[in-house]
Design a protein around this ligand. Structure first.
Ligand code: PEP
Ligand code: MN
Length: 337
């Protein structure tokens, strides 16, 4: 259960009262603690304490992320971009930041063609230690330069807890990659940073594990979590991963957090990125993140799944049209399935 505390509560008195009741409370952001279980009698007794404003019973193992705790959708504003509102957000850019010229050219294309956020990896999680690992802080500087020129917000991956402060100095949104979905020290640090966090689903992460990962960030008092379905590993080998579009309506029924899809990593093949971006928005996603490049075959990483500007422009037009069709007629989210 979530125990909402009186902002003026006395910490010592609270600790004493909780000890008398024999419960362990976990911190869960400002003026909030979490207590395991939903015992009605205990909830009643807690509600009587002068330090307590309200006790919210939640059955899910990710209480703060749950729809039971917050019915209305979380809407996150990053610069002038609204994520989780009525319009799909479009994040696009290269897999890896390559050079200033390249990232500025891409940023201009993202802006011109209707995108909102520039993506680009500076610290890259590569399967091989011999592959290009990204330009690191230099790459972040290049991203910041592209933001300066275009006004686009920027998102980039952070892989280590110790790098959260550094990456936060540059980016508007911290990306936590699929391979780090269950890196709990990293999630905690990203939570403390209070920066919006784009949390990708792990390659074999269940929806429940993914939402519990989001809970780690929320429990630090950072409410700005964007979930990203990026494909899961299945028996299928025709595509790099299997973009789990079941997850979009399911996750939106379970949580109030915005959900976007990444069809680039989801399919791994450029020809299928646009159709699956369309499908993601049709399934109710709040936006997409895709890899684009002026000469995709020459991209330094993930070339096979990277689309060119023309394909990106078509994709943006199509998902906007799909969103317009759904807008107003979109079925109300089914809560608590
Ligand atoms: C990426 O966005 O380039 C990336 C490495 O994504 P993921 O963590 O989903 O594999
Ligand atoms: Mn990539």
């Amino acid at each position: 259960m979530i125990v909402m505390l009186n902002p003026k509560h006395n910490q010592q008195l609270l600790a004493q009262s909780l000890a008398e009741l024999g419960v362990t409370a976990y911190p869960a952001g400002a003026n909030r603690v979490m207590i395991a279980g939903n015992d009605a009698d205990l909830a009643n007794r807690l509600a009587q304490l002068p330090e307590v404003l309200e006790v919210v019973p939640v059955a899910r193992p990710y209480p703060l992320a749950s729809r039971e705790f917050q019915q209305e959708d979380t809407v996150i504003q990053v610069r002038d971009v609204v994520i989780g509102g009525s319009k799909p957000v479009v994040m696009a850019g290269p897999c890896s930041v390559e050079s200033v010229e390249n990232i500025v050219d891409i940023a201009k294309a993202v802006k011109r063609l209707g995108g909102h956020v520039l993506r680009g990896g500076a610290f890259k999680p590569r399967s091989s230690p011999y592959s290009f690992q990204g330009h690191g802080e230099e790459g972040l500087k290049m991203m910041a330069m592209a933001r300066e020129i275009t006004g686009l917000a920027i998102v980039s991956e952070v892989m280590e807890p110790d790098k959260v402060a550094l990456v936060s100095e540059y980016v508007d949104i911290l990306q936590i990659g699929a391979r780090n979905m269950q890196n709990y020290p990293l999630l905690r640090e990203a939570g403390k940073s209070m920066k919006p966090v784009l949390l990708k689903r792990g390659l074999s992460g269940t929806i429940e594990e993914w939402l519990m990962a989001a809970e780690y960030i929320l429990a630090q008092g950072n409410p700005n979590v964007i979930l990203c379905e990026r494909g899961i590993r299945t028996f299928e080998t025709a595509t790099r991963n299997t973009l789990d579009l079941n997850a979009v309506p399911v996750v939106k029924s379970l949580t109030h957090l915005p959900v976007i899809v990444d069809p680039s990593h989801g399919v791994g093949k450029r020809a299928f990125v646009r159709p699956m971006a369309r499908a993601g928005v049709a399934a109710g996603a709040d936006g997409v993140i895709v890899e684009i490049h002026p000469t995709p075959d020459q991209a330094m990483s993930d070339a096979a799944q990277t689309i060119d500007y023309q394909e990106f422009g078509l994709m943006v037009e199509e998902i906007n049209r799909i969103s317009d069709v759904l807008h107003g007629t979109r079925e109300k989210t089914v809560v608590g399935v």
